[in-house]
Design a protein around this ligand. Structure first.
Ligand SMILES: [Mg+2]
Length: 193
Protein backbone atom coordinates (compact mmCIF):
# COMPACT_ATOMS: atom_id res chain seq x y z
CA UNK A 1 0.00 0.00 0.00
CA UNK A 2 1.38 3.41 -0.89
CA UNK A 3 2.27 5.79 1.88
CA UNK A 4 -0.27 8.29 0.57
CA UNK A 5 -3.12 5.81 0.64
CA UNK A 6 -2.17 4.63 4.10
CA UNK A 7 -2.17 8.22 5.39
CA UNK A 8 -5.66 8.73 4.07
CA UNK A 9 -6.94 5.59 5.75
CA UNK A 10 -5.39 6.70 9.02
CA UNK A 11 -7.15 10.04 8.78
CA UNK A 12 -10.48 8.31 8.30
CA UNK A 13 -10.09 6.98 11.84
CA UNK A 14 -10.69 10.55 12.99
CA UNK A 15 -13.82 11.11 10.95
CA UNK A 16 -17.01 11.36 12.99
CA UNK A 17 -20.33 10.02 11.68
CA UNK A 18 -22.00 13.32 12.52
CA UNK A 19 -20.57 16.74 13.46
CA UNK A 20 -22.79 19.11 15.42
CA UNK A 21 -22.35 22.29 17.42
CA UNK A 22 -23.59 20.84 20.69
CA UNK A 23 -25.28 17.84 22.29
CA UNK A 24 -28.37 20.08 22.31
CA UNK A 25 -28.59 19.71 18.51
CA UNK A 26 -28.75 15.93 18.62
CA UNK A 27 -32.00 14.53 17.28
CA UNK A 28 -32.74 11.69 19.65
CA UNK A 29 -35.82 10.61 17.68
CA UNK A 30 -33.62 10.07 14.65
CA UNK A 31 -31.01 8.18 16.63
CA UNK A 32 -33.71 5.94 18.01
CA UNK A 33 -35.23 5.43 14.56
CA UNK A 34 -31.79 4.56 13.23
CA UNK A 35 -31.58 1.68 15.67
CA UNK A 36 -29.38 3.24 18.33
CA UNK A 37 -29.97 1.68 21.74
CA UNK A 38 -26.90 2.77 23.65
CA UNK A 39 -25.70 6.37 23.88
CA UNK A 40 -22.17 6.66 25.24
CA UNK A 41 -21.06 10.15 26.13
CA UNK A 42 -17.87 11.96 27.05
CA UNK A 43 -18.13 14.33 30.02
CA UNK A 44 -15.59 17.19 30.01
CA UNK A 45 -16.22 19.87 27.40
CA UNK A 46 -19.04 17.77 25.96
CA UNK A 47 -21.63 17.99 28.76
CA UNK A 48 -19.82 20.29 31.17
CA UNK A 49 -16.95 22.78 31.09
CA UNK A 50 -13.75 21.38 32.58
CA UNK A 51 -13.86 23.96 35.40
CA UNK A 52 -17.54 23.46 36.31
CA UNK A 53 -18.93 20.96 38.78
CA UNK A 54 -22.71 21.10 38.51
CA UNK A 55 -24.59 19.76 35.47
CA UNK A 56 -26.83 22.35 33.85
CA UNK A 57 -30.61 21.86 33.58
CA UNK A 58 -30.05 21.30 29.83
CA UNK A 59 -27.74 18.37 30.54
CA UNK A 60 -30.18 16.88 33.04
CA UNK A 61 -32.97 17.20 30.46
CA UNK A 62 -30.80 15.66 27.77
CA UNK A 63 -30.09 12.60 29.93
CA UNK A 64 -33.79 12.31 30.79
CA UNK A 65 -34.69 12.50 27.09
CA UNK A 66 -32.30 9.68 26.23
CA UNK A 67 -33.88 7.46 28.89
CA UNK A 68 -37.36 8.53 27.71
CA UNK A 69 -36.47 7.15 24.26
CA UNK A 70 -35.76 3.82 25.92
CA UNK A 71 -32.10 4.12 25.15
CA UNK A 72 -29.32 3.28 27.59
CA UNK A 73 -27.00 6.12 28.60
CA UNK A 74 -23.38 5.58 29.59
CA UNK A 75 -21.02 8.32 30.74
CA UNK A 76 -17.58 7.39 29.38
CA UNK A 77 -14.90 9.71 30.68
CA UNK A 78 -11.12 9.82 30.92
CA UNK A 79 -11.39 11.86 34.10
CA UNK A 80 -11.00 10.58 37.67
CA UNK A 81 -13.62 8.72 39.67
CA UNK A 82 -14.57 11.50 42.12
CA UNK A 83 -15.38 14.02 39.38
CA UNK A 84 -17.18 11.55 37.12
CA UNK A 85 -19.20 10.05 39.96
CA UNK A 86 -20.21 13.42 41.35
CA UNK A 87 -21.35 14.64 37.94
CA UNK A 88 -23.19 11.42 37.06
CA UNK A 89 -25.13 11.39 40.32
CA UNK A 90 -26.15 15.04 39.96
CA UNK A 91 -27.16 14.48 36.32
CA UNK A 92 -29.20 11.35 37.06
CA UNK A 93 -26.89 9.08 35.06
CA UNK A 94 -27.02 5.46 36.21
CA UNK A 95 -24.08 3.99 34.31
CA UNK A 96 -20.78 5.84 34.41
CA UNK A 97 -17.16 4.92 33.84
CA UNK A 98 -14.07 6.89 34.77
CA UNK A 99 -10.42 6.59 33.78
CA UNK A 100 -11.48 5.19 30.39
CA UNK A 101 -8.12 6.02 28.78
CA UNK A 102 -9.68 6.83 25.39
CA UNK A 103 -8.54 6.14 22.67
CA UNK A 104 -7.37 2.84 24.22
CA UNK A 105 -9.88 0.03 23.92
CA UNK A 106 -9.70 -1.63 27.34
CA UNK A 107 -12.57 0.13 29.10
CA UNK A 108 -14.65 0.13 25.92
CA UNK A 109 -14.38 -3.65 25.71
CA UNK A 110 -15.35 -3.88 29.38
CA UNK A 111 -18.49 -1.79 28.80
CA UNK A 112 -19.36 -3.74 25.64
CA UNK A 113 -19.27 -6.97 27.66
CA UNK A 114 -21.42 -5.46 30.37
CA UNK A 115 -23.96 -4.03 27.93
CA UNK A 116 -23.92 -6.40 24.97
CA UNK A 117 -25.36 -4.22 22.21
CA UNK A 118 -24.34 -4.65 18.60
CA UNK A 119 -21.85 -2.22 17.05
CA UNK A 120 -24.65 -0.72 14.94
CA UNK A 121 -26.70 0.02 18.06
CA UNK A 122 -24.12 2.23 19.77
CA UNK A 123 -23.14 5.86 19.31
CA UNK A 124 -20.46 7.81 21.17
CA UNK A 125 -20.75 11.57 21.67
CA UNK A 126 -17.63 13.59 22.38
CA UNK A 127 -15.68 16.76 21.70
CA UNK A 128 -12.26 15.35 20.77
CA UNK A 129 -11.06 13.65 17.62
CA UNK A 130 -8.03 11.98 19.11
CA UNK A 131 -9.83 10.43 22.06
CA UNK A 132 -13.60 10.16 21.46
CA UNK A 133 -13.88 9.81 17.68
CA UNK A 134 -10.79 7.61 17.49
CA UNK A 135 -12.01 5.17 20.15
CA UNK A 136 -15.41 5.02 18.43
CA UNK A 137 -13.93 4.25 15.03
CA UNK A 138 -11.50 1.73 16.47
CA UNK A 139 -14.56 0.03 18.03
CA UNK A 140 -16.56 0.24 14.79
CA UNK A 141 -19.31 2.25 16.45
CA UNK A 142 -20.87 5.53 15.28
CA UNK A 143 -19.73 8.85 16.68
CA UNK A 144 -21.05 12.36 17.07
CA UNK A 145 -18.41 15.06 17.33
CA UNK A 146 -19.49 18.29 19.00
CA UNK A 147 -17.60 21.54 19.53
CA UNK A 148 -15.90 21.68 22.95
CA UNK A 149 -17.64 23.87 25.53
CA UNK A 150 -14.29 25.39 26.38
CA UNK A 151 -11.03 25.56 24.44
CA UNK A 152 -8.98 24.97 27.52
CA UNK A 153 -9.69 21.45 28.70
CA UNK A 154 -7.62 21.72 31.86
CA UNK A 155 -5.76 18.71 30.56
CA UNK A 156 -2.57 18.15 28.69
CA UNK A 157 -1.23 20.66 26.20
CA UNK A 158 -0.02 17.75 24.10
CA UNK A 159 -3.58 16.53 23.53
CA UNK A 160 -4.65 20.01 22.40
CA UNK A 161 -1.63 20.23 20.12
CA UNK A 162 -2.31 16.86 18.48
CA UNK A 163 -6.01 17.67 18.19
CA UNK A 164 -5.13 20.80 16.19
CA UNK A 165 -2.80 18.88 13.89
CA UNK A 166 -5.46 16.26 13.15
CA UNK A 167 -8.07 18.97 12.48
CA UNK A 168 -5.69 20.67 10.05
CA UNK A 169 -4.93 17.42 8.22
CA UNK A 170 -8.65 16.57 7.95
CA UNK A 171 -9.32 20.02 6.50
CA UNK A 172 -6.47 19.64 3.99
CA UNK A 173 -7.96 16.37 2.80
CA UNK A 174 -11.43 17.90 2.76
CA UNK A 175 -12.70 15.30 5.21
CA UNK A 176 -13.81 17.67 7.96
CA UNK A 177 -13.68 21.43 8.49
CA UNK A 178 -13.76 22.85 12.00
CA UNK A 179 -17.04 24.63 12.65
CA UNK A 180 -18.70 23.39 9.45
CA UNK A 181 -21.32 21.18 10.99
CA UNK A 182 -22.80 18.31 9.04
CA UNK A 183 -24.76 15.19 9.49
CA UNK A 184 -22.05 13.26 7.69
CA UNK A 185 -23.16 10.32 5.63
CA UNK A 186 -26.37 10.29 7.58
CA UNK A 187 -28.58 12.65 5.65
CA UNK A 188 -31.21 14.98 7.03
CA UNK A 189 -32.56 12.71 9.70
CA UNK A 190 -29.70 10.25 10.19
CA UNK A 191 -31.75 7.60 8.42
CA UNK A 192 -28.80 5.46 7.45
CA UNK A 193 -26.91 5.79 10.72
MG1 LIG B 1 -14.01 15.86 26.32
Amino acid sequence: MSKKKKGFLMLNYFKPSIYLESYKKINLDSLRNSGIKLVMCDMDNTLIGWNERIPSPNVINFVKSVYAQNMEFVLFSNNVRSRVENFAKKAGIKNYFWDCKKPLLGKMKFVRKLLPYKESEIVLIGDQLITDVLVANRSHIKSILITPLSRNDGGSKLVGFLENIVFKRLAQKNILHEGFYNEGELGGNYEIL
